[in-house]
Ligand binder design. Sequence first.
Ligand SMILES: *[C@@H]1O[C@H](CO)[C@@H](O)[C@H](O)[C@H]1NC(C)=O
Ligand SMILES: *[C@@H]1O[C@H](CO)[C@@H](O)[C@H](O)[C@H]1NC(C)=O
Ligand SMILES: *[C@@H]1O[C@H](CO)[C@@H](O)[C@H](O)[C@H]1NC(C)=O
Ligand SMILES: *[C@@H]1O[C@H](CO)[C@@H](O)[C@H](O)[C@H]1NC(C)=O
Length: 338
Amino acid sequence: MKTTRFITSTLFLISSTFAQVNVPPEFDPNATFQITIQHTLDITAPLQPADATVWDVDLYHVARNPGVIEYLRSRNSNPVTIICYFNAGLVQHSDCDFDTVWNTTENRHLLGNGWGEEFPDEFWINIKDQKARDLIKTRIALAAHLGCDGVDPDNIDGYGVDSDPDEENKTGWNLTEDDDERFILDLATYAHTLTTKRGFTMLIGQKNAPELAERVEASLDFAVLEDCKELRDGGEGFCNEYTRYVEKGKPVFSIEYPRTLEGTRAGSCRTTGASQAEYTAACDERGNDLFSTVLKIKEGEGELNGCTQYCSGNEVGTGVVVTAEDSTLDGGECVTLP
Ligand SMILES: *[C@@H]1O[C@H](CO)[C@@H](O)[C@H](O)[C@H]1NC(C)=O
Ligand SMILES: *[C@@H]1O[C@H](CO)[C@@H](O)[C@H](O)[C@H]1NC(C)=O
Ligand SMILES: *[C@@H]1O[C@H](CO)[C@@H](O)[C@H](O)[C@H]1NC(C)=O
Ligand SMILES: *[C@@H]1O[C@H](CO)[C@@H](O)[C@H](O)[C@H]1NC(C)=O
């Protein structure tokens, strides 16, 4: 049975129409989630975890290895919602369309400042320009073409960089919350016009950007949060902004990054998972009963790789799973839109 939800957004209200979003039945707030975007999934290995029904994988890993979609669907006994991640606020050298679309005489003016030292090959785009927004929409069309069920557009919070007095590396576009709101709503309106290969509506999520949650939730289908408990900084956290999603039956996938999850070798997974203190802080009750929470390695070799510890139903020292990846698959030829 299809779950049908009616959504309204600012744009829809203006035109007084309603969009109907058909959501796959397995896509609910209790769905077990895995995100593996460091390298391409090793499609020759047994699928781990075998019971995750929501997978977040990199759009361009899939474009270079379309077999990833079939692998995820055939190795799992349950239906799987596949979310394709891409960088939306910035474009980067490894993107299939970087040289052919963005760094061209015609479109180079849409590239702004680099992220900085941590990600030197990523460039903020001018999301205020309709052309740039339309070019990002072609990534959503590619996701539909490849067989993804949803998209996870990252870095829709350039306003935070531009408003932070301590941030040296601005986007170059003086972005405000309104700019990013307009950007994500424009992408959402477009995504919802597309039908996936499975016959559902192309789903689109909110990545971080807690300041926008109240304004955009009605137009989006899920959220993916990083560090909402601010485990690493000991802050108040922004988890609470997202309970509004769960109240509407929309999943919130929450990623926490305990330092102790990484093993002694860079990028490896500590088999007993995060320390008791970090596990408890990451998996505590705050939002955890509502959100689908995973613990991941944050930086360097292991950044968002196959290493995951699950909170739900597990205890300190348990719930660690490693999804096999194959970095040799990351650089192949890209499938493009017909
Ligand atoms: C999710 O799990 C909780 C706790 O087991 C349960 O109360 C709730 O009804 C479940 N929600 C859905 C949408 O299945
Ligand atoms: C874009 O391409 C030009 C010429 O091919 C190159 O010199 C430049 O470094 C590229 N820009 C970026 C941001 O990668
Ligand atoms: C800002 O960018 C410059 C040039 O890429 C880099 O040297 C500097 O470290 C960056 N600052 C931060 C805070 O990332
Ligand atoms: C951003 O703001 C600064 C300071 O007001 C201004 O000099 C600059 O031209 C602005 N840049 C853009 C792209 O709007």
